[in-house]
Design a protein around this ligand. Structure first.
Ligand code: DGL
Length: 266
């Protein structure tokens, strides 16, 4: 495939979480035109069933691909990727990059052998995560916690609202109270919203815990898959929402910080 220079990379998430991936993508491919798609009408995914998420994500990505003709789609959401990546790859012809919990790099980093994993309630129960654990963290302990509330806190933070540190503390406590939890020295941020709360998570975990996420790896994978392709950002990059524009507009300044200067309803 040899896409035209303005053909975009489509980054998809349920909300603002994919911006943590976009930040890394901008660093690696500054000239790449991007459409950021936020399924605000379906947010949050973490409390939905597998069937609901799979149907929603496959349907939306099909329609978005028809409308925007992206050169590549990145599902910048762990919940959607761990549930629907295989299915979406089967139905779309465009290359798809998913976001999966960064268990492999975390296993290489841990010294205590105890890794924490924070994700949405839906992500932490996926067989996809069991498989990553078996493949990359054999001989280590992986403690998981489905952290209710962190997604909403990240969404609020990007709208300029104060962060409720109690919600962050309680998510961290959900890992610490498990047997062996005191020994966690590395934590996988298995939801793209969570790197947006890195400072607050550091305050709760303490400085000795390393936070690992997959954003940089995803950006490098996208760069690999688009190597040699021409890029041109001739028009300002677009952010689209499945929700109302009224509800999207308070994010204007955060989106603009990531180079997304046009807002539209999908
Ligand atoms: N950002 C998404 C993830 O990586 C999920 C957020 C949600 O629950 O909608 O898992």
């Amino acid at each position: 495939m040899n896409p035209k220079a303005p053909s975009p990379i489509l980054l998809f998430d349920s909300g603002v979480g994919g911006l943590s991936v976009l930040a890394e993508l901008r660093a690696v491919l500054p000239q790449a035109p991007v459409i950021y798609a936020s399924d605000q009408a379906g947010l949050p995914y973490g409390t939905k069933s597998e069937a609901q998420i799979a149907a929603r994500v496959a349907g939306l990505l099909g329609r978005m691909s028809e409308r925007y003709r992206p050169r590549l789609v990145c599902i910048a959401c762990n919940t959607a990727s761990t549930i629907a990546l295989g299915m979406v790859r089967e139905v779309l012809e465009v290359p798809i990059v998913g976001t999966v919990p960064a268990i492999k790099p975390a296993a290489a980093l841990t010294r205590s052998g105890v890794i924490g994993l924070l994700g949405t309630e839906a992500t932490v129960r996926q067989a996809y995560v069991d498989n990553l654990e078996r493949e990359f963290a054999a001989g280590k302990t992986l403690l998981r916690h489905g952290a209710a509330g962190l997604v909403e806190v990240a969404e609020a933070k990007m709208r300029g609202s104060p962060v409720d540190q109690a919600v962050i503390d309680s998510a961290v406590e959900g890992l610490r109270v498990q047997p062996g939890g005191d020994a966690i020295d590395t934590v996988v941020l298995a939801c793209t919203h969570y790197p947006l709360l890195r400072t607050e998570l550091s305050a709760a975990f303490g400085p000795e815990v390393t936070q690992v996420d997959g954003a940089n790896g995803i950006a490098r994978r996208i760069a690999d898959l688009t190597k040699g392709q021409a890029f041109s950002r001739a028009v300002p990059d677009l952010a689209v929402t499945t929700g109302s524009l009224e509800n999207f507009t308070p994010l204007r300044s955060a989106l603009s910080h990531y180079g997304l200067n046009r807002l539209e309803k999908f």
